[in-house]
Design a protein around this ligand. Structure first.
Ligand SMILES: [Zn+2]
Length: 312
């Protein structure tokens, strides 16, 4: 740990680099290395406090996932080779530890921010989480990391209202399933539609502010959605803490999808949401990495996000 005075904690673990779903899988270890490189190139490595992600404890996972699911994931972990959980999501021998670190990062981030050690924390972890439902791994996700973190704030720290902000290009179907009709949580999201996982538009629960965006939508359309749909809902809800599902795959350089966001959009949206957190939540923000597969754009966009979080 360095930079105790840094506004933003940066939480990761070497085991998250060892989760490997095969040579051509886009959700690859190089993603985290690209972020590390970008921190150096962006000259912000000295302005963030580095922490190692702990393993999530059983009690943290069980707030989100039923025990049979957690046991099934533990049982599925292979001693060698790769085992598929769904067509896109696989486990290698290192995956279970990575998944436990990814969820555990969110728990540590929440503890650090609620304790006031840092105003914000970013978890540079994989596998991502927002597609994982209570009982199903899918879309590269095994445990729902942002849900584990948000539940920790609600059920361990006793917060009454938290917001989840999801700007990944894919709809966070797992997070929505977990928190639909939970009045303690407001979730706001944008996502390409129609697109994987083809959810989020049919009669969402009242605490879900979902803005589907057509393929080709760029900065102007994204910012209009945030200003018209997210910000009024967030202001009215007055969250005591904000969680980001920070996926960077809506970037124009990312071939995973067809939105056209720019580096600067990630600074802008982070700044807008930070103002909400500053007003009602003592500035408390935890951000979990989700998607982002164009390595250069991913690294630069994370730097933009971190600079805005830290007021740099
Ligand atoms: Zn995504």
């Amino acid at each position: 740990m360095a930079g105790a005075a840094a506004a933003t904690a940066f939480i990761t673990h070497g085991e998250c680099l060892r989760h490997d779903m095969g040579a051509y899988h886009p959700e690859c270890p190089a993603r985290l290395a690209a972020i590390d490189d970008a921190l150096i190139a962006g000259r912000i490595a000295d302005f963030i406090a580095h922490y190692e992600a702990p393993l999530a404890a059983e009690e943290h996972l069980l707030r989100v996932h039923p025990r049979p699911y957690v046991e099934a994931i533990r049982a599925a972990a292979p001693a060698r080779g790769i085992v598929h959980l769904d067509p896109d999501t696989a486990m290698c021998p290192a995956t279970l530890a990575a998944a436990l670190r990814a969820a555990g990062a969110g728990v540590l981030a929440t503890d650090l921010v609620v304790a006031g050690k840092h105003a914000s924390a970013f978890c540079s972890v994989r596998p991502p989480g927002h597609h994982a439902t209570r009982t199903r791994a899918m879309g590269f996700c095994i445990f729902n990391n942002v849900a584990v973190a948000a539940k920790h704030a609600l059920e361990h720290h006793g917060l009454e209202r938290v917001a989840i902000v999801d700007f990944d290009v894919h709809h966070g179907n797992g997070t929505e399933e977990i928190f639909a009709d939970d009045a303690r949580v407001l979730m706001v999201s944008t996502f390409q539609h129609p697109f994987y996982p083809y959810s989020g538009t049919e009669d969402p629960a009242a605490n879900m502010v979902n803005v589907p965006l057509a393929a080709g939508t760029g900065s102007a359309g994204f910012r209009e959605a945030v200003e018209k749909a997210w910000l009024p809902a967030l202001a009215a809800f007055a969250p005591q803490m904000v969680f980001f599902s920070a996926g960077f795959d809506a970037h124009v350089e990312d071939d995973m999808a067809m939105l056209r966001f720019a580096d600067a959009d990630y600074a802008w949206v982070t700044g807008q949401v930070k103002r909400v957190a500053d007003r009602s939540g003592q500035g408390r923000i935890v951000s979990m990495l989700e998607g982002g597969y164009a390595l250069g754009a991913l690294g630069r966009s994370v730097v933009q996000h971190l600079k805005a979080l830290g007021g740099l």
